[in-house]
Design a protein around this ligand. Structure first.
Ligand code: X8Z
Ligand code: ZN
Length: 619
């Protein structure tokens, strides 16, 4: 959603104008030589017309975005037939406007425009997440479908032991139960909510692809991959390059975790070789595994405290968790959040109405009206999620003075990485500084393997999951995977990338991808893969700026105003320049690079390799 981008409401996303630029517009050589061309042919009239068009386009999009943001917020925080209808209406109007401006922009030849105008033109053409063709009725049908998918997910329930349980309640069972029968029942149960989505999803793909075609793309996956200041095929190659760099980390973690699960559950439930049963990993989608730390715990000394217990013992509530997150950002020199953030955010699940609980961050007016929407619980996971969401809000506030089209992340992976980057500074040292642990409780270097394992279960396990979600979706959008093959293709990728299998064969009508928020919510997922690479790059660069000399995982930038200044400059830039420029200004390199995450986990890798020496790793 641009304004609503990060946030995740499906409908909102149909209007998203992402930070992006197609290859021809960001071809620096072409742009650099443009003045010479101008010397021969006078393009001043075309340039003036382009400028006027973009001013109008930005003003119209900004006005529509404010209207739509409000309708989406109302729906996501109170799902009723009425709010669904208003959200669908706003979504259709937003798509119609975005598509018509994108089509209008085709009259301009970007190669003769100055770089900033060319960049904005390209953003207009490529930045609609779910486009509709301009055929009468298409935008309305599309918006109706995306709203319904979103609402179906948001209100999904499964009756277990006579009680209708929502996703939070079912997730708690997956996180805490160690009974394989129960895990299987709940895991399968949540996947019944997505069965009715499949036909709608297939129809949505048809319409959105027609929309992408009209805008000059072969299919929507190519349009999504155009948002990274390089050609789609180059970006795909970048993703492959990064995955090849970090894949060995995952292979060791998979092997180590599987052996521990085998010891916990025995050969009948989890064999020592082959893939892992997806319901045993402590998360509904097996995307982050830290909830089963008790099972995977290495045989080494570990920290004596548990962050969830500590937050509760110290009397934290949801508000205090958010205040603590805000204080981290202000300790870097950023301004506190506005009063309206506290008045208008939805921080806990409200009683008596249905809401979309999946955490998100919102910017309702492109100025000051930033908010989060979370069903926060007092635990370690949500402590990190709070920092994640606040990262979005601080980013949004920082770029508020940019032109409308530049009010977004350098690319979408940057937006996702900001809060997580800050979260990497939640070290034992920092926990002591904010009095969550005492000086005596601060673990020594002998606890490093255990500390790193806790982080790896989330950060390393996640990488192939992210690739699976969008790998599946790219195949669907490109037409390579037909609706009949939706579920088998999903599990082929789950096995290939993550080495996972379902607890039992899946029913013929299953649509398991739909049981993950970002599929019905139409939030592209590559951004999270990129974020999990970038956040470690940011962390390493920031720690170097701070003069840190110890191991990366013990570095915290809390209270460091010098780092904060450069951090703020990166945020303020928004999407006003190609992302490699922004990355270079903060980290000194123009490339995304997995070597920081590799360095971060290096001590754990050595430990796991040693422990895995007698295992037959792989699947
Ligand atoms: O969706 C999110 C955020 C909102 S942008 C809570 N995340 C992904 C997920 O939950 O699947 C953050 C990590 C990955
Ligand atoms: Zn996010």
């Amino acid at each position: 959603m641009k304004r609503l981008t990060l946030t995740t409401s499906a409908i909102a996303l149909s209007f998203m104008i992402a930070a992006c630029a197609a290859p021809e517009a960001v071809d620096e050589t072409t742009l650099d030589t443009a003045p010479e061309v101008v010397a021969e042919v006078d393009h001043s009239v075309e340039i003036a017309e382009a400028r006027a068009f973009l001013e109008r386009a930005e003003a119209e999009l900004a006005a529509q975005s404010r209207i739509a943001a409000q309708a989406y917020w109302n729906q996501a925080t109170n799902i009723t037939p009425e709010t669904n209808a208003l959200a669908a209406e706003a979504g259709a109007a937003s798509t119609i406007l975005a598509v018509s401006l994108a089509n209008e922009s085709k009259q301009f030849d970007v190669s003769v425009l100055p770089a900033d105008l060319a960049r904005k033109m390209t953003m207009l053409r490529t930045g609609i997440t779910i486009p509709a063709p301009s055929t009468p009725g298409a935008a309305e049908e599309l918006s109706q479908i995306t709203t319904n998918l979103d609402a179906t997910y948001g209100t999904g329930k499964f009756t277990y032991k006579g009680e209708a349980l929502n996703l939070d309640q079912l997730s708690t069972i997956i996180e805490t139960s160690r009974d394989p029968e129960e895990l299987k029942a709940v895991w399968e149960g949540w996947r019944t909510i997505s069965v009715p989505m499949k036909d709608d999803y297939a129809r949505m793909v048809e319409i959105a692809n027609a929309g992408a075609n009209e805008l000059g793309f072969e299919s929507l996956d190519q349009m999504w991959l155009s948002g990274y200041d390089m050609a789609p095929e180059e970006m795909e190659a970048e993703v492959q390059r990064l995955w090849t760099q970090v894949e060995p980390l995952y292979e060791e973690l998979h092997c180590f975790t599987r052996a521990k699960l085998n010891e916990e559950y025995g050969d009948d439930v989890q064999p020592r070789t082959g893939p892992i049963r997806a319901d045993l990993l402590g998360n509904m989608w097996a995307q982050q595994w830290s909830s089963i730390y008790d099972v995977v715990k290495p045989d080494v000394p570990g920290p004596s405290y548990d962050l969830t217990e500590r937050l509760n013992e110290k009397g934290y509530d949801a508000i205090k968790m958010v205040e603590t997150g805000e204080t981290f950002f202000t300790s870097l020199g950023l301004d506190p959040l506005p009063e309206t953030f506290w008045e208008r955010s939805m921080i806990v699940r409200p009683e008596g109405r249905e809401v979309v609980c999946h955490a998100s961050a919102w910017d309702l007016d492109d100025e000051e009206d930033v908010r989060i929407k979370m069903c926060t619980e007092v635990n370690s996971e949500d402590f990190y999620t709070v920092h994640h969401e606040l990262g979005h809000n601080f980013y949004q506030r920082a770029y508020k003075d940019q032109d409308y089209l530049y009010k977004t992340g350098a690319h979408d992976g940057f937006h996702e990485a900001i809060g997580d980057f800050v979260g990497l500074s939640i070290t034992p040292e920092y926990l002591e500084q904010i009095n969550l642990i005492t000086a005596e409780e601060k673990p020594g270097a002998d606890a490093d393997t255990a500390l790193l394992m806790q982080t790896a279960l989330d950060k390393i396990a996640f990488l192939p999951f992210a690739l699976t979600v969008d790998g599946w979706r790219w195949d669907v959008l490109s037409g390579e995977t037909a609706p009949e093959a939706y579920n088998t293709s999903w599990w082929d990728l789950r096995l290939k990338n993550q080495g996972l299998v379902p607890p039992a064969p899946r029913p013929a009508d299953a649509f398991d991808p739909g049981a993950k928020y970002h599929i019905p919510g139409n939030t592209p997922y590559l951004r999270y893969f990129l974020s999990y690479i970038l956040q470690f790059q940011f962390h390493k660069a920031a720690c170097e700026q701070a003069g840190w000399e110890g191991p990366l995982h013990r570095c915290s930038i809390y209270d460091n105003k010098e780092v904060g200044k450069r951090f703020n400059a990166m945020l303020e830039a928004g999407a006003s320049q190609p992302w490699p420029d922004t990355l270079e200004e903060f980290t000194g390199t123009r490339e995304m690079d997995g070597s920081a995450i590799i360095e971060y986990f290096d001590p754990l890798m050595l430990y796991m390799k040693d422990q895995n020496a007698t295992e037959s790793c792989g699947w």
